[in-house]
Design a protein around this ligand. Structure first.
Ligand code: ADP
Ligand code: ZN
Ligand code: ZN
Length: 748
């Protein structure tokens, strides 16, 4: 039983850093938990005030005798702030960070700007009374007050700023007059709306309710029946692309709202907001609010306030929407559950799925997640019965799944084709151009410039210092974008000696040029990091493509994520195995997901679709199974590998990221961390690997090292991290930055 509690007495972000330590009286004992509201004595007069328990500890910074005691646990039960504080406490332990970092992640950020407050000035006395005051002000010769009074008699309500300007007076004058009850100043918060034009969407369209088909009905009923029976296990819906998962979510949310509860809908990233959000608006109208990454702090805060005040019931957004302060949360939907963006890349590096499940537990809500290609992690848990599993194997209205063709790029070269387009892709693309149907071409690689590859064996030239492919630049040199290493362009393949090197210049820009060159008259829209710097650009490109203003939409992975283009009948993956070259244990999973999702973009309209997958590794299981849209087959192969290697989800993995400006010191520090870990792991229950150089060895002059710890039981990893943390306070670690990442997804 903990002896002390850290209590926060005012939850506004600026004050988060100030907590007060109280003794826990024996009578409260084990009942006290983080997040609870308590009554505590405060200040010299020991005024009784309310506070929230942030943390329970066994040590106090002050001497015991000077500490005050908690008086009681508030009978109001867990308020929403309390729930979020509990969530923060859980995150701190699950992911490794300070309590303040966790709190700043979960509590709505206080408004920093005040300008959106609308202030108005009202005349208080009756007209007769005001006339009398006016004469008196004139008699006493107080011209400033006189002008204000006259203005208010003229028009009894003024905008604050306008009144000041019109009367040429200082705010001080109004304040004095307010004290005299001549006038009153009222502030009214104006809530900002988030998406431009959303009113138009709501006003212009009929509510979108569509009857669920049998498969959808079965899933929805199954989930709801479980709920009725008190089964609050998270539900995983694996439904092929176009099977109508979104309609199922909306049906479930409709039920939740009918019960007077609220729902959070997580979608992977800004890329999805436009089309998905539109559907939710059509269904739920003004009950919906949207968070997206381009909102200002103030705007985000407004959205959260709308949720807290009960003005909206559905919050849609990326992972941070998880912290919407709904007081009676009934459901959390996680769409495209497998997406990497659900994992935070800053401390606390939380995963939205796990965090959603814990938040749902606190408020008795249900988590429903869906994907055509669930993460191996989620599917593993579903098969073990931790989640309930639902499946939809068919597209709505029996639309066929696309037919896939895998093209071996090595053979293409042997047959003398040096273009980035294989014979088959060229033929099918020409056919689409003739029929005026649309094509998506994508390159599953971020970045623009060409990487250097051998076209005989598929070998990719990597930096000798980092595990990152080198990029060919115009000056004929190959450069590593992470460490800056440079070397002359390879003339021969280091693996097989072939002279066909670097010919595949697979940047989206080069492919665009090749399209114009090889398909005269073609209309291409390119979408990548370069052409979508602004939100408008992004929507403009999508809009143009939807309107049929181009034959081909060419881009990086961002074009395959969740968009619904009914006119597309052909999808081409130009170099499908590029993502297999990433050096982490999830490379095959990511490749499968990208290809299966990309294939899912074809044939969503009336006409059936086709997919062409160009690759150097046609025999790789992630490519074979993606071509067949066979998730279970992929999963079977992948989970074997994970079990064999002791990777998540079979085992837990904890990464310790260590960085610093001086390499020798960093190496010494990392070795010291390793030594402490070994000491704590005397029984050798856990496997410790490293320190190794991070996949990206140096970023902005900070060198990076990483230590991986693997263990069959995740709880053991958490315990080890907690045991390690006090050691990290030592002087020798002062110049280092040390962070934790449990079950990392994005590499370091
Ligand atoms: P998913 O989320 O599984 O990819 P969606 O929910 O986006 O699938 O549905 C795919 C398309 O089918 C959408 O255009 C949607 O409006 C339509 N749709 C979904 N359910 C039905 C239904 N029951 N009847 C008719 N059309 C439907
Ligand atoms: Zn490098
Ligand atoms: Zn080679």
């Amino acid at each position: 039983m903990a002896r002390y509690a850290k209590v926060i007495v005012d939850i506004s972000l600026e004050k988060l850093d100030r907590t007060f330590t109280y003794r826990i009286p024996g009578a409260l004992g084990d009942a006290l938990q983080p997040g609870m509201e308590v009554k505590v004595p405060f200040g010299n007069a020991n005024r009784q005030i309310a506070g929230y328990v942030l943390e329970l500890t066994d040590t106090a910074e002050y001497d015991e005798g000077r500490l005050k005691e908690i008086l009681a646990i508030s009978p109001k039960g867990m308020q929403i702030e309390g729930q979020l504080i509990r969530l923060a406490a859980w995150m701190r332990r699950a992911y490794g960070c300070t309590m303040i970092q966790a709190l700043k992640t979960v509590l709505p950020v206080k408004r920093q700007m005040q300008e959106k407050q609308r202030r108005q000035v009202y005349l208080v006395p009756s007209r007769d009374e005001a006339e009398r005051i006016l004469t008196e002000l004139e008699r006493k010769s107080q011209p400033a007050r006189f002008r204000v009074m006259a203005a208010l008699l003229d028009k009894p309500v003024w905008e604050y700023g306008e009144l000041l300007k019109t009367c040429h007076v200082a705010p001080e004058v109004l304040r004095k007059m307010e004290e005299l009850a001549y006038l009153s100043v009222k502030s009214q918060v104006v809530f900002r709306k988030s998406l431009p034009g959303e009113e138009a969407i709501v006003a212009g369209e009929t509510p979108g309710v569509c009857r669920l088909n049998r498969a959808q009905r079965q899933v929805a009923d199954g989930i709801l029946q479980g709920l009725e029976a008190g089964d609050l296990r998270p539900c995983l819906l694996r439904g092929v692309t176009g099977s109508g998962k979104t309609e199922v979510y909306m049906e479930l949310i409709g039920e939740v709202l009918r019960k007077g509860r609220q729902a959070i809908v997580l979608i992977p990233e800004i890329a999805l907001t436009y089309q998905t959000v539109r559907r939710f608006y059509r269904r739920f109208g003004h009950k919906v609010a949207v968070l997206h990454s381009r909102l200002s702090q103030g705007e985000r805060h407004d959205q959260f306030e709308l949720a807290r005040k009960g003005k909206i019931q559905v919050m849609i957004g990326p992972r941070s929407a998880l912290f919407a302060p709904f007081s009676n949360l009934g459901m959390i939907v996680i769409d495209e559950e497998h997406e990497n963006s659900y994992k935070s890349e800053i401390t606390p590096r939380y995963h939205a799925r796990e965090t959603a499940i814990y938040r749902a537990e606190l408020s008795g809500a249900l988590v429903v997640m869906g994907s055509a290609t669930p993460s191996v992690d989620a599917y593993y848990r579903a098969l073990r019965g931790e989640y309930r599993l639902f499946t939809m194997e068919e597209r709505v209205e029996k639309r066929p799944l696309p037919k896939a063709t895998v093209v071996d790029l090595r053979k293409e070269l042997m047959e003398g084709n040096r273009s980035v387009f294989s014979g088959i892709l060229r033929e099918k693309l020409n056919d689409r151009l003739k029929k005026r149907e649309q094509t998506l071409l994508f390159l599953n690689r971020r970045g623009l410039a060409g990487f250097v590859t051998c076209r005989s064996c598929g070998h990719v030239v990597k930096c000798s210092h980092c595990d990152v492919s080198l990029t060919l630049h115009k000056n004929g040199r190959m450069i590593c974008h992470y460490c800056g290493h440079e070397e002359p362009a390879a003339k021969r393949c280091p693996a097989c000696g072939s002279a066909y090197m670097g010919a595949l210049r697979a940047g989206t820009q080069q492919i665009e040029e090749a399209l114009y060159r090889e398909f005269p008259g073609i209309r291409v829209l390119r979408m990548d990091a370069d052409t979508t710097r602004t939100r408008d650009a992004y929507e403009e490109i999508l809009g143009k493509f939807s309107a049929g203003e181009a034959d081909v939409l060419l881009g990086t992975q961002m074009i395959v994520k969740g968009h619904d283009f009914p006119g597309v009948t052909l999808v081409g993956a130009l170099a499908a195995d590029l993502s297999l070259h990433a050096s982490d244990y999830r490379a095959a999973e990511r490749t499968f997901q990208l290809l299966a999702q990309a294939a899912g973009r074809a044939g969503r309209g009336e006409k059936p679709g086709e997919v062409v997958i160009q690759t150097y590794s046609p025999e790789h299981y992630s490519i074979e199974t993606a071509a067949g849209q066979d998730y279970p087959a992929f999963y079977q192969r992948e989970i074997l590998y994970r079990k064999l290697m002791g990777y998540p989800p079979a085992w837990g993995l904890l990464a310790v990221y260590i960085s610093g400006p001086q390499e020798e010191r960093l190496d010494m520090g990392a070795a010291a961390v390793r030594a402490v870990l070994d000491r704590l792991n005397k029984e050798e229950e856990l496997q410790i690997i490293g320190p190794a150089v991070g996949a990206v060895s140096r970023v902005q002059d900070q060198y990076r090292r990483v230590i991986y710890i693997k263990g069959e039981q995740e709880e053991r990893l958490i315990a080890l991290r907690e045991a390690l943390e006090p050691f990290l306070e030592a002087e020798c670690f002062a110049s280092l930055h040390i962070q934790f990442d449990r079950n990392p997804m994005n590499g370091y």
